[in-house]
Design a protein around this ligand. Sequence first.
Ligand code: SF4
Length: 475
Amino acid sequence: MDLKPTFSIVTLGCKVNQYDSWQLARQLKEKGLRQVPFGVAADVVIVNSCTVTHVAEAKARKMLSRARRSSPQGLVVFTGCTAEILLQRGIRLEQADLMVGNADKAFLADRIIELVQGRKQLSERKEKLSLPYFQPFQDEQDDGVHERVRAFLKVQEGCDKFCTFCIIPFTRGMPRSKPIEQVVDEAKELVNDFGFPEIVLTGVCLTLWGREFGLTLADLLEHLHQVEGLKRIRLSSLDPRDIEERLMKTCANLPKVCHHFHISLQSGDDKILEKMGRGHDCHYFQKVVDAFREAMPDAAFTTDIMVGFPGETDYHFENTVKFVNEIGFSRLHVFKYSPRPGTKASELSGHVPHEVAETRAQRLIEVGKELWRKYALKFIGTEQEVLVERCSPTSENGVGFIASGLTSNYLKVLWKSDKPIEAGEILKVQIVEIDEVQSHLVGKTEVSSFEVCGKIEMPKMTSFSLAPAVAEKEG
Ligand code: SF4
């Protein structure tokens, strides 16, 4: 019987949060705790929260209640952006034994262990760790957050752009970067010790990486590109304001860098962009995308769009619809504005009724589907390099396999194979059609003796969600 203390963790929000959770889970496991699924009774239950919208905050509170219900005797820890904001306002939630802000996450594993080992009495748990908010980058020896073949490596934390709608600068603090040597060492570890062929560089404002060292993301890419065994480097969300020509050239020149760029737009109307404090207009954004396309004609561009920002009229919204079509994004991540107390936008007049925002969101989601379709159609008849993510026996007649993976430009491809394929391999796949409903390409390889026949259903397929999840948090 395994008598190790147990813990569970639920993560809401962006890849940065997922990364933090991964790190915390790893540290707890190293210290002898055993992870169990969230919802199962555990000695420690951690809710890593997000506060980017009021929906995210409500969900965090709901998860906290669930944590308490599932583990009435357990230590319930509430951390992440909602915790940070509540602590800043002096609010403690009864259901949490321990609330920890983002600045103190680096010390959370140790504190949990102390509490679990009984060095602290339960009565002492209701506390806030009080370390300096503007502290250096702290998360040594990170393994990243892992999917099957893809590891997330957080290289940057914090943001000082203060877009008027965004709470992040208040919850994540000022920008700081992980030193280049540390990033490279961690990347080597991910590749050599854990066998990950692809690394996704993440950060709250990734394009600010290196500013304090006089370096840029291009420098980081050049160093990472030399890591032996690493097959792909993917960038998470980019802020158009910080994208320099050198970054585009570097991405074009380094074959390991994926041709997929998630560049946050938020609105396709200049007036709304100004009110959001985004620091650029549509013309500037278009120039950035054009320059990328010139360097990498096959590149995919994904983005975040916020609807219902205060003062957004039908006219502004129609401008957004027009602009996203002009850019030709391959995917849109659409979300509705919700006021975050303490931000400038929360004091603006011109509230957009919920139903109007909902209608606009639905319309843009449909626009996004059509944009994906148009983009995906271009690849029929082409040969694409796909990083194999999964390969499972097919349910049809019990013979053969269905493999799936991502192209460099973030298109999901499914194809049939008559032999198992190792996850992590890069294979050339011929694209034969698209599946609009499931949003993937259907392909075939030379080794397959199967006919391609309509829809391919991948057993228990989980979604690939790099861009949208990142977009929820970042700008
Ligand atoms: S939207 Fe992005 S760039 Fe703007 S303040 Fe928030 S994190 Fe920073």
